[in-house]
Ligand binder design. Structure first.
Ligand code: ZN
Ligand code: ZN
Ligand code: ZN
Ligand code: ZN
Ligand code: ZN
Ligand code: ZN
Ligand code: ZN
Ligand code: ZN
Length: 485
């Protein structure tokens, strides 16, 4: 161990350590704010009780004691050799366990090192307009539009360039890596999205429509409930068209839900930081949705940013915010992980939120409604419930996500998975490419009991996955196809 006197406090003696021990993981460098274990050697000041990387200290002393960046502040900024005790003018935060502030003393201007480089103008997918950084968010009663917490009086943040819009964000909320795409768009012309090339559906003559994904004209039909023969599925979300009006082709069985037909060709999704583009032909024949994690062979929104793997299915993309789908008495607010009620503690996870709320089934003349734990719990205590399909007794004890579909009038209940299967967004008859196999998706007919080639158990789901080259080989799940050799 070598003793050095510190350049921060010349009278304090520093202890030098290195190479880093794995147990040092919890220690944070007060200069760069990352783990001590991220670099080989570090110092410890026993008097101040803080750690810092040797490398960070050297860089700071050699080249970063002053920063000249007129774009941020007209005068030179000087490093403060003391742990933070001021609010940062750019973000309003005090992080007293850190030593990363610069100042212009004549101007009484204090700023975090990282905040010096905050972008001037940004465009986030969660707001329609661009936002600009200001060192003074006017005092008002409303807080940050993302985290709802208030602003530190007299400090900076991001505000909407549209004067009539009250949207404003904390600097750290606006530039969070999940929110901001990392681009400063100051001086760049705004992308004027031509509504012509964004709309998917064109109105031909008031009665007929054209969707860019289909080469025939479409007409608006209404599901009347009588006509059982016409069981169409929506090509965008792959769910059956059981209710309301829809757009259908006269010449073939192509059909789209009204909401699915109007999904735009390009969109900004509030919970992904890059713009998305709609694709209707997917090379592998299917994809896995980054939101609900379900496989789908319908329409796909793909992220326009290179190397970003984000994908989203039509069902997740068409969720309205606020969500008022009848599942809960209050409207729900969409979140990154599903939907929340702001009035009570009710919430839906990302799988539940994109589940169909109403389904038709052969066991009841009425459509069945999605029932979540609370209502199923009360219901099952009033009368014994048994799934019509698998005949297993429904005894909800814990919130174990065993949701059901039910009809209160007839006391009909079915498990969600028994009703819509494991793969509600995959359609029989479709071919997918996976793990070197060409796989034909097929409905399992109730008489056959195929054995899965990979896990050797009987295929239980509504769908089976057959090897196209040898149809006697079946798989029970996408996972079994993936793990099969
Ligand atoms: Zn700051
Ligand atoms: Zn905030
Ligand atoms: Zn705005
Ligand atoms: Zn649809
Ligand atoms: Zn999804
Ligand atoms: Zn992306
Ligand atoms: Zn509520
Ligand atoms: Zn069941």
């Amino acid at each position: 161990m070598e003793n050095l006197s510190t350049t921060f406090y010349p009278k304090h003696v520093l202890e030098e350590y290195g190479p880093v021990h794995p147990n040092d993981g919890a220690k944070i460098c007060i200069i760069c704010e990352t783990c001590i274990s991220s670099r080989p050697n570090y110092f410890y000041c026993r008097v101040c009780d803080f750690f810092f990387h040797k490398e960070c200290h050297t860089t700071l002393m050699e080249s970063n004691l002053t920063i000249d960046r007129p774009r941020t502040h007209e005068h030179k900024l000087t490093f403060i050799r003391k742990t933070n005790s001021f609010n940062c003018d750019a973000c309003g935060e005090v992080r007293s366990k850190k030593m990363n502030m610069y100042a212009c003393l004549p101007c009484k201007f204090f700023i975090h090192r990282n905040c010096i480089y905050l972008p001037k103008v940004i465009k986030l997918t969660c707001h329609l307009h661009r936002l600009f950084h200001t060192y003074h968010v006017p005092d008002c009663n409303t807080g940050c539009s993302l985290c709802f917490a208030s602003f530190v009086s007299g400090c900076g943040g991001y505000m909407c360039i549209n004067k009539t819009c009250d949207y404003k964000l904390h600097s750290y909320c606006a530039t969070h890596e999940l929110i901001w795409d990392g681009r400063d768009v100051e001086g760049e012309p705004e992308e004027t999205s031509n509504s012509e090339d964004v709309t998917s559906l064109k109105d031909v003559d008031g009665n007929t429509f054209r969707h860019f994904s289909h080469h025939h004209d479409l007409l608006r039909f209404c599901v009347d409930g009588e006509d059982e023969g016409d069981e169409r599925i929506c090509q965008a979300c792959i769910l059956p068209i059981d209710f309301d009006s829809f757009l259908g082709c006269k010449e073939c069985d192509f059909a789209l839900h009204d909401t699915c037909a109007s999904l735009p060709r390009k969109m900004e999704y509030q919970f992904h930081r890059h713009p998305l583009a709609l694709e209707v032909d997917i090379e592998e024949g299917f994809f896995s949705c980054s939101k609900c994690k379900r496989e789908s062979c319908g329409f796909m929104y793909r992220c326009c940013q290179e190397e970003c793997e984000f994908k989203m299915d039509a069902k997740c993309a068409s969720l309205a915010d606020p969500l008022d789908n009848g599942i809960h008495e209050h409207p729900l607010t969409l979140t990154n992980y599903g939907a929340n009620c702001n009035k009570c503690r009710f919430y839906l996870g990302s799988k539940q939120v994109s589940q169909p709320v109403l389904v038709k089934c052969n066991y009841d003349i009425h459509p069945l409604t999605l029932c979540l734990f609370e209502s199923t719990y009360l219901w099952s205590h009033a009368c014994p419930l048994r799934c019509e399909i698998c005949e297993i007794r429904i005894k909800p004890k814990y919130r174990d996500y065993q949701d059901i579909y039910g009809c209160f009038d007839c006391n009909t209940v079915v498990h969600v998975e028994c009703a819509i299967g494991k793969y509600p967004f995959l359609k029989p008859g479709h071919t997918i490419k996976l793990n070197g196999f060409e796989i034909q998706i097929a409905s399992k007919n109730s008489l056959s009991r195929p054995i899965c080639h990979a896990c050797h158990s009987t295929c239980q789901d509504k769908l089976v996955f057959k090897n196209k080259k040898n149809v006697t080989i079946s798989f029970c799940s996408i996972n079994c196809v993936t793990t099969s050799s």
